[in-house]
Ligand binder design. Structure first.
Ligand code: NAD
Ligand code: IPM
Ligand code: MN
Length: 349
């Protein structure tokens, strides 16, 4: 990892608060990394009039990996869409072609009481959602207008082509192969043409992975099964929108949205790493944010983009240890500040 360049994009709200704890953990490991920081989201808009300033995108492209906080600020919710903070993360994902988003949800020992599920149900959770990140209804044609009858209307096109489905299906199968060998493809093929294509292509790709047990599930049922018996899931592969929703749900099953990290990978293994949560304006600036998701995202960065699985394991073990000592931010039912949680992880290192 010596000399590798990490782009740090803290963003808005709690983004900077949790990213600085992740940075402290990386610094403590003394890996010889170089860090460069740039504004993004609402902070990018304030600095340069655009949510994804050119210099920020350049840095993200130049860097060996990107550590991202969160974007979004109610102050900018009424701007035209192209100028809103959220466009920054969408633009980064698209420009970096990070089409594969891995969102692991694993139960940490001691967090049973933070989960809203029964302890025996929650304890069995060890799954990963492989979410497609460059297509779907997020990137199809969209617009607002007026119908012939004079009614206001809005539309967003849900669309995938087979190459987009094929490449994420491969990531799904390969992820399952490194785990317990079970892949569940989640779609809505009973209603949506996009989903029928998705299912057809996933079945074609399955021919390359005879050792993987493939199942298909409709997304509504998947949402139900995720709270009924989440331990039955190993690897889930799904589209951009369904993966967004199911991963927030999975996060609460393991105790908090503040616990889930993610890796967004391109075909070469370059990646952007971010917690799955947003900028949490309701708690921003109060030292209440749980930094674990951001810290665990840094671990994923070391493992997936920097080839240092040992350091990644160390960070994950340190988070585990910190939680085992009972240090908890408010989302987990405790009173620790963001900084105190970071301190506990550092102590665990
Ligand atoms: P959110 O994830 O920001 O917050 C949802 C709830 O979870 C809030 O009550 C918040 O306080 C809590 N929460 C989130 N992260 C937490 C943490 N680390 N520790 C403790 N509690 C935490 O989602 P939202 O409220 O729907 O959206 C707020 C803004 O964030 C919006 O502008 C949205 O577009 C944006 N957003 C950005 C990203 C991203 O940057 N990738 C992701 C999701 C939402
Ligand atoms: C996420 C967020 C983003 C998404 C938004 C902010 C564009 O919810 O990273 O999960 O929908 O992908
Ligand atoms: Mn989301």
């Amino acid at each position: 990892t010596y000399g590798k360049l990490i782009a740090i994009l803290p963003g808005d709200g709690i983004g900077p608060e949790v990213t600085s704890e992740a940075r402290r953990v990386l610094d403590a490991l003394d890996l010889g990394l170089t860090f460069e920081e740039a504004p993004v989201g609402g902070a990018g808009y304030r600095a340069s009039g655009r949510p994804l300033p050119e210099a920020t995108l350049d840095l993200a492209k130049r860097a060996d990996a990107v550590l991202f906080g969160a974007v979004g600020d109610p102050e900018f919710d009424s701007l035209e869409r192209a100028l809103r903070p959220e466009q920054a993360i969408l633009g980064l994902r698209k420009n970096l072609t990070t089409f594969a988003n891995l969102r692991p949800a694993k139960m940490f020992a001691g967090l049973e009481d933070a989960s809203t599920l029964k302890p025996e149900v929650a304890n069995a959770i060890d799954l990963v959602i492989v979410r497609e990140l460059n297509g779907d209804v997020y990137f199809g044609a969209k617009g607002r207008g007026t119908t012939e009858g004079g009614l206001r209307e809005g539309h967003d096109l849900m669309r995938y082509d087979e190459s987009e489905v094929r490449r994420i299906a491969h990531v799904g199968f390969q992820t399952a192969a490194k785990r317990r060998g079970k892949l569940c493809s989640v779609d809505k093929a009973n209603v949506l043409e996009t989903s029928q294509l998705w299912r057809d292509v996933v079945i074609e790709v399955a021919a390359d992975y005879p050792q993987i047990e493939l199942t298909h599930m409709y997304v509504d049922n998947a949402a139900m099964q995720l709270v009924r018996n989440p331990g039955a899931f190993d690897t889930i592969v799904t589209g951009n929108l369904f993966g967004d929703i199911l991963s927030d749900q999975a996060s609460m099953c393991v105790g908090s949205i503040g616990m889930l990290p993610s890796a967004s990978l391109d075909a070469q293994g370059k990646g952007l790493y971010e917690p799955i949560h947003g900028s949490a304006p309701d708690i921003a600036g109060q030292g209440k944010a749980n930094p674990c998701a951001a810290i665990l995202s840094a671990a994923m960065m070391l493992r997936h983009s920097l080839g240092d699985g040992v350091a990644a394991d160390r960070i994950e073990a340190a988070v585990s240890k910190a939680l085992a000592t009972g240090v908890r931010t408010p989302d987990l039912g405790g009173t620790a500040t963001t900084r105190a949680m970071g301190d506990a992880v550092l102590a665990g290192l």
